[in-house]
Write a protein that binds this ligand. Structure first.
Ligand code: IMP
Ligand code: MG
Length: 196
């Protein structure tokens, strides 16, 4: 059955905001180069759109992490599923993430990446759920604060679907609960595929 999806942030609004963030980054890094680290899979649509809007030289690298925990809560213990291809040494790094929820993933990851000697490291997130925060994370570039609702689109998935939607949407609560139950049943020893 098709899920009922309501638009939370329309495509034009998301695109305009990404353009704005790209302009801000271009200003802040004038005369420098930026190295974008996209957190897979959710960050990929945002990272591509953002990269197109940055006018200083951009290089890109990708990392995939998964959190141990139950299906819907990240535990904060992060496993690197795919590490970076390139060195971060001496680079002006910006981590590009889809959403900051509990904050646990980035709270863990940023200190780990700092040990790799980047010249600087900042965090850019498309979405933020301040009501869900459990640990402190500094977001240097942010698209939107959103309420505590399960969102999809622009890289964010619901059981691996809807990443390709060009807007931010909300799955009707009934359908979202089914997804959480399904994810719990499907999860084995290593859980938390939803926190990619
Ligand atoms: P945190 O460690 O709790 O901040 O986890 C952040 C990760 O949880 C994000 O990278 C997403 O993969 C996932 N996540 C959190 N909220 C949502 C949501 O509303 N929709 C889809 N994925 C989400
Ligand atoms: Mg993610």
């Amino acid at each position: 059955m098709a899920d009922k999806i309501n638009v939370l942030i329309p495509e034009e609004t998301v695109d305009a905001k990404i353009k704005e963030i790209g302009e801000q980054i271009s200003k802040d890094y004038a005369g420098k180069e930026v190295h974008l680290i996209c957190i897979l899979k959710g960050g990929v649509f945002f990272a591509c759109e953002l990269a197109k809007r940055i006018t200083v030289p951009v290089s890109l690298d990708f990392m995939q992490v998964s959190s141990y925990g139950d299906a819907t809560e990240s535990s904060g213990i992060v496993r690197i599923k795919k590490d970076l291809d390139d060195t971060m040494e001496n680079k002006e790094v910006i981590i590009v993430e889809d959403i900051i929820d509990s904050g646990r993933t980035l709270h863990y990851l940023i200190p780990v990446l700092k040990q790799r000697n980047p010249k600087s490291i900042r965090l850019c997130a498309l979405l933020n759920k301040p009501d869900r925060r459990e640990v402190e994370v500094q977001i240097d570039y942010l698209g939107f604060d959103i309420p505590d609702e399960f969102v999809i689109g622009y890289g964010l998935d619901y059981a691996q679907k809807y990443r390709n939607l060009p807007f931010i949407g909300v799955v009707e609560p009934e359908a979202a609960e089914d997804a959480e139950e399904g994810a719990e049943q499907a999860s084995g020893e290593e859980k938390g595929d939803n926190v990619e």
